[in-house]
Write a protein that binds this ligand. Structure first.
Ligand code: ZN
Length: 432
């Protein structure tokens, strides 16, 4: 099947939207066995006689409340449900899927594996961009944002986190049931579960802030990286506007991880990032900045990934200057020099699925913002960032909308100014 977004072929269905996922999961660590029931509150966007869901575990039972399912088919990670009568556009319907299996990362040609992943002693879920169906049935398109309730039962000696607010923990025998809620609409790839032998440290900050990780994590390097999160979040609130979720949690796994990853209101790091090395500190800032750019304001299609990565990368440079390291201007000159030596194979506005997470997308995105800052001036630039978030929080955006937004704020048409940065491969010079 064609799918909704050419960047993750075969995933997503444009014919309907999910408003809410209610997920009840039971997970056994030793056998990596996940049993789940997912209740999806959906709305038809066009006349609908079929609903496609993305899922990599085995569906055991499928039903649609109040409607007769004529049949369902499960093939190649797509669960297609055929309805006996058509659903009219705007009508709501509820799909329930009971499912089970041994979850693992989803492999797609030309991209890194993504999704549910077993650690040495625990689990992470890092779904960007195509990993969500590794653990729950979903309409896996980045533009389909929904709220969540999650409950997860697992062995009582493990700590569980979810990309949402903790609601309750109840012990029953050898198990504990963890419940969470996410009331802000988020894309499927931004939902995550984290399981490990963790302790929780609350940090005093302008936003409820927590570090969750192994008890011995606070040795060397912690103070310079995660220890500065309270200052970092206050600085970002000042530059980007109100924090868009109910809290922020940094999960630090006992295993070292190659790269950290953002999810809604939570980011996942390996213990190697609890370091005073700038390469770690910058990524602590980067993942936090994604809460505004990527998680609250989300690209409607993956081709616009620079709206996430360029902004998060620029936030690294802003934090660098704020904490007395190199200035944003110095970083811009440094990375411009590196990119100028390379031949770019695609434009920033359409980097291709194979290159969407390449470093040049991040750096050229940040350079575009830095150049925009000189073009429109300091005050207008930060006003643009704040109003971009406040106007689109909880929604999906396009590059064209960003150009229009900037033009309105600057009170002149900036389309021609953006073109060489976004649509051409040759690197424009930096102003000044
Ligand atoms: Zn990023």
């Amino acid at each position: 099947m064609r799918g909704a977004d050419p960047y993750i072929s075969g995933h997503g269905d444009l014919r309907y939207a999910v408003a809410h996922y209610d997920l009840s999961l039971t997970y056994a660590l030793p056998s990596n066995k996940l049993d789940g029931t997912a209740v999806l509150t959906c709305r038809a966007l066009e006349p609908l006689s079929q609903v496609a869901l993305d899922l990599r575990l085995k569906p055991l039972k499928v039903s649609v409340a109040g409607r007769r399912v004529s049949r369902h088919k499960f093939l190649g990670g797509r669960l297609t449900i055929s309805l006996a009568e058509q659903v009219e556009p705007g009508e709501e319907f509820t799909v329930t899927v009971k499912y089970s299996g041994n979850p693992g990362p989803i492999r797609k040609r030309g991209q890194d594996p993504a999704g549910w992943e077993e650690l040495e002693d625990g689990v992470i879920v890092a779904s960007q961009p195509h990993g969500a169906p590794s653990w729950f049935p979903c309409n896996d398109r980045v533009s389909d944002k929904a709220t969540y309730d999650l409950s997860l039962v697992t062995a009582a000696d493990y700590h569980v986190e979810f990309s949402g607010e903790p609601v309750a923990v109840q012990r029953r025998g050898a198990n504990r049931t963890w419940t969470f809620r996410q009331t802000e609409p988020i894309a499927p790839y931004l939902a995550t579960v984290q399981i490990g032998r963790y302790t929780v440290t609350e940090q005093e900050a302008v936003v409820p802030l927590r570090v969750v990780g192994p008890a011995n994590i606070k040795r060397h390097g912690f103070a310079a990286s995660f220890g500065r999160q309270p200052e970092m979040i206050a600085f970002f609130v000042d530059r980007f506007g109100p924090y868009p979720f109910s809290g922020y949690t940094a999960v630090i796994t006992d295993d070292p991880l190659e790269i950290p990853l953002e999810s809604a209101s939570l980011s996942t790091f390996g213990r190697n990032f609890a370091s005073d090395d700038w390469e770690s500190v910058r990524l602590v800032a980067h993942e936090m900045a994604h809460q505004w750019f990527g998680n609250a304001v989300t690209a409607g299609e993956w081709r616009d990934i620079w709206l996430h990565e360029g902004f998060a990368c620029y936030a690294e440079w802003l934090w660098s200057q704020e904490c007395g390291h190199r200035s944003a201007e110095e970083w811009a000159r440094h990375h411009h020099g590196i990119l100028a030596e390379e031949t770019q194979r695609a434009p920033l506005s359409d980097p291709t699925p194979a290159l969407m997470f390449e470093d040049w997308v991040y750096k050229r995105g940040a350079l575009t913002l830095h150049a925009l800052r000189s073009e429109v001036g300091e005050e207008t630039f930060f006003a643009i960032l704040r109003s971009w978030v406040s106007s689109h929080r909880g929604g999906s955006v396009t590059t064209q909308q960003f150009i229009t937004h900037c033009s309105q704020a600057a009170e002149r048409d900036l389309a021609g100014w953006f073109r060489p940065w976004l649509d051409e491969t040759e690197l424009p010079g930096l102003p000044g």
